[in-house]
Design a protein. Structure first.
Ligand SMILES: Cc1cc2nc3c(=O)[nH]c(=O)nc-3n(C[C@H](O)[C@H](O)[C@H](O)COP(=O)(O)OP(=O)(O)OC[C@H]3O[C@@H](n4cnc5c(N)ncnc54)[C@H](O)[C@@H]3O)c2cc1C
Ligand code: FES
Length: 269
């Protein structure tokens, strides 16, 4: 189990009024990280374990830096957003199980779907897929409440050579509506089973995407977000019901956060 290290913040970006991106110098985490894994992050040297919060690895750079992208929700994220370059943050990671990166079956394609801050892990994932599977085409769907939350991120994906299809709740950018609707419209004519879907976002969005993939016999991996007190399999506070029901509970911090969609009991949350 990785211990906590203190990492210097080298850059802070404001992506929208309440969305920030922090770059941290953390070579050991960068060297070991896989897309879909996360870190527990807290501001400064505080020893209060209740102030550590889980964040997906947003980007991992060759020079040993890592990035997290987050929205300010409550006390933990407010403290992180107040940090400036030169300050230190407590980091534990990389934690959990990441996405599987092998080529899809049947000469298929990849499809990345992110909603809200669920977009965060898709950058690292997209870059790794491009590096490992450069010949496999990759579709990308991004959902947000409004253009302000997603326009810069969509432009950054374009710089990676991807063509994001965007859905916004208020119609201010791209399709006006929900990502699963846009997915069904856009991929209606996509034949065959060879699509590997990677999805991260709010529970209802992932449940809808999982149901659609099941109908189409597409493989679907989801990255779940739950409340996490410890992040290291010590508190059992992150359990979700598995699809077998009964005693089948999965711990998001240890067994996930990435799961095969069919392993989750979507209707019980
Ligand atoms: C594996 C994992 C990866 C994550 N990656 C990211 C990321 O890349 N970017 C990002 O912005 N966020 C991410 N999150 C969510 C992030 O951890 C929470 O937003 C953060 O912990 C909120 O902390 P806070 O102290 O600001 O708010 P708190 O004071 O802890 O919470 C404020 C309110 O939000 C609710 N809440 C907090 N966290 C969650 C949650 N996960 N699900 C539902 N309700 C919640 C609380 O019940 C409370 O009502 C991730 C979560 C997990 C489990
Ligand atoms: S967060 Fe404590 S066991 Fe998963």
């Amino acid at each position: 189990m990785p211990g906590q290290l203190l990492a210097e913040i080298t850059k802070k970006e404001k992506i929208a009024s309440d969305i920030f991106r922090l770059t941290l110098q953390a070579p050991d985490i960068a060297a070991a990280a896989r897309p879909g894994q996360f870190v527990m992050l807290r501001s400064g040297r505080s020893l209060d374990p209740l102030l550590s919060r889980p964040f997906s690895l947003h980007q991992v750079m060759a020079d040993g830096q890592i990035q997290v992208l987050f929205k300010v929700i409550g006390e933990g994220t407010r403290r992180l957003a107040a940090l400036e370059p030169g300050a230190q943050a407590g980091v534990v990671g990389p934690l959990g199980q990441g996405f599987s990166l092998e080529a899809p079956a049947d000469n298929g394609r990849f499809c990345l779907i992110g909603g809200g801050m669920g977009i965060a892990p898709l950058f690292f994932l997209a870059r790794e897929l491009q590096r490992r599977q450069p010949a496999v085409p990759c579709d990308l769907f991004l959902g947000a409440r409004t253009a302000r939350e997603v326009s810069q991120l969509a432009e950054e994906f374009q710089l990676l050579g991807l063509k994001p299809q965007v859905a916004t709740d208020d119609g201010s950018l791209g399709y006006g509506g929900l990502v699963p609707e846009l997915l069904a419209i856009s991929l209606a004519n996509q034949d065959g089973p060879g699509l590997r879907v990677y999805c991260c976002g709010p529970w209802p969005m992932m449940a809808a995407v999982a149901a659609y993939c099941r109908q189409r016999a597409w493989e679907c991996q989801v990255s779940l977000e739950t409340m996490m007190a410890c992040g290291i399999s010590a508190c059992l506070g992150c359990a979700v019901q598995g699809s077998a029901g009964g005693e089948d509970y999965l711990h998001v911090c240890k067994d996930g956060p990435v799961f095969a969609a069919e392993d989750i009991a979507w209707s019980r949350e």
